[in-house]
Design a protein. Structure first.
Length: 167
């Protein structure tokens, strides 16, 4: 995966990357862009969360820049924020960040993003592997754990992982 080093924060913020990229300490990092299975999973989960917005006073965002520290910008596949926290770049901790694995993703790189989210104050991160139908839940208190029942639970919302995976 390619990176660009020595990029100033101003250059990063002024550049429109397609697809968007992350920024960590002067490096612009490419993200693995999902193909069919990733895209279907992201769309289905995003649509389900979107349908919950009004009832829960939240907003669901896809591939949104989140400034997790002064020099770290992450782009989760999906994130859920308080409705009032909406901005062009999210600067308050989302309520939930979701990463959907692509075949090229490596856990070591994903762990860096998870650590950034947790240090920023994100209370929960989901990591979904649509290929193997697995779900990991990451929290500050519990670390990373495999959800043996594959149930997505957030606040009073519950959904079986298989319901959003392509058949």
């Amino acid at each position: 995966m390619a990176t660009a080093t020595g990029v100033t924060l101003a250059e990063y913020l002024a550049t429109d990357y397609k697809p968007d990229r992350e920024y960590v300490d002067g490096e612009v990092l490419e993200r693995n862009v999902g193909q069919g299975t990733h895209s279907c999973t992201q769309t289905a989960l995003g649509a389900w969360l979107y349908g919950q917005q009004k009832a829960h006073g939240m907003r669901t965002l896809t591939e949104q820049r989140v400034q997790v520290s002064a020099m770290h910008f992450r782009v989760p596949d999906l994130c859920v924020i308080r409705k009032e926290d909406f901005a062009e770049i999210i600067q308050r901790p989302p309520l939930l960040c979701i990463e959907i694995l692509s075949p090229e993703d490596r856990w070591s790189r994903l762990q860096e993003s998870i650590d950034d989210y947790l240090q920023f104050g994100v209370p929960e991160i989901w990591v979904i592997d649509p290929k193997d139908a697995k779900l990991w839940i990451c929290t500050p208190a519990g670390g990373v754990r495999l959800a043996a029942d594959n149930m997505l639970r957030w606040n009073d919302l519950t959904l079986e992982l298989r319901e959003i995976l392509p058949e």
